[in-house]
Design a protein around this ligand. Structure first.
Ligand SMILES: Cc1cc2nc3c(=O)[nH]c(=O)nc-3n(C[C@H](O)[C@H](O)[C@H](O)COP(=O)(O)O)c2cc1C
Length: 196
């Protein structure tokens, strides 16, 4: 089975350190045979979640994003830390993607259930975004995604990449490779259902 992973970061800004870290994780996963779809949440015209919007018709962008979650065995997520937690952009995307479609209440969280996720964060603080990743682990656990125990926290992130975008230090690079390898391995073992 070819493992299909969806990769995205919770930051939408140009020059995002989390996007840079994610790019390296994507390369690692591809090197282990996974097919990776990289998306930018900025490209989805997602409104802030509102149950009234959902009632009048699922927004097109939310439907597209939701379908992407369904179509992959797992996720690589880079999660910046804002005020000790995940970004609003990331949480909003997960909230929309977790919703059931009209007339099919059983499809709630179906795009997440049994899927495999690998998490990482880059931050300039010495803590490397650990609170964001810890909260994200809890959020994903709530919607029944299997988050691998390996995770990558990159402190002092502005100085962590060389000119070619590679990590300067061997340790985080090694941890990133290990995390990506585990996501691919777990997805192969669990074979979560995908719709396309
Ligand atoms: C509203 C806001 C809150 C932040 N709170 C934290 C924080 O709690 N911990 C932390 O390490 N960094 C915090 N930061 C700094 C971000 O982690 C930093 O800007 C990081 O580079 C964002 O990720 P990006 O480079 O991928 O955009 C905060 C930034 C913003 C804008």
């Amino acid at each position: 089975m070819t493992v299909r992973l969806l990769a995205f970061a919770g930051s939408t800004r140009a020059g995002s350190l989390n996007q840079a870290l994610l790019d390296l994780a994507v390369a690692e996963a591809r090197g282990r045979g996974a097919e990776v779809t990289e998306i930018r949440l900025k490209d989805f015209d997602l409104p802030l979640y509102d149950a009234d919007l959902e009632r009048v018709g699922f927004p097109v962008a939310a439907r597209e994003l939701r379908e992407l979650f369904f179509a992959h065995h797992g996720f690589l997520i880079a999660s910046p830390e804002y005020n000790g937690s995940v970004t609003g952009v990331l949480k909003n995307a997960i909230d929309w993607a977790s919703r059931p479609l009209e007339g099919n209440p059983a499809s709630i969280i179906a795009g997440f259930r049994g899927k495999v996720a690998g998490l990482m964060a880059a931050s300039n603080s010495p803590f490397g975004g650990i609170r964001s990743v810890t909260h994200l682990r809890q959020i994903l656990g709530t919607i029944q995604t299997v988050v691998v125990t390996e995770q990558v926290l990159l402190p002092a992130a502005s100085a962590a990449f060389d000119e070619s975008g590679k990590l300067k230090d061997a340790l985080p690079a090694q941890l990133l490779a290990g995390m990506a390898a585990r996501v691919v391995e777990m997805a192969e073992r669990l074979q979560p259902p995908v719709t396309a």
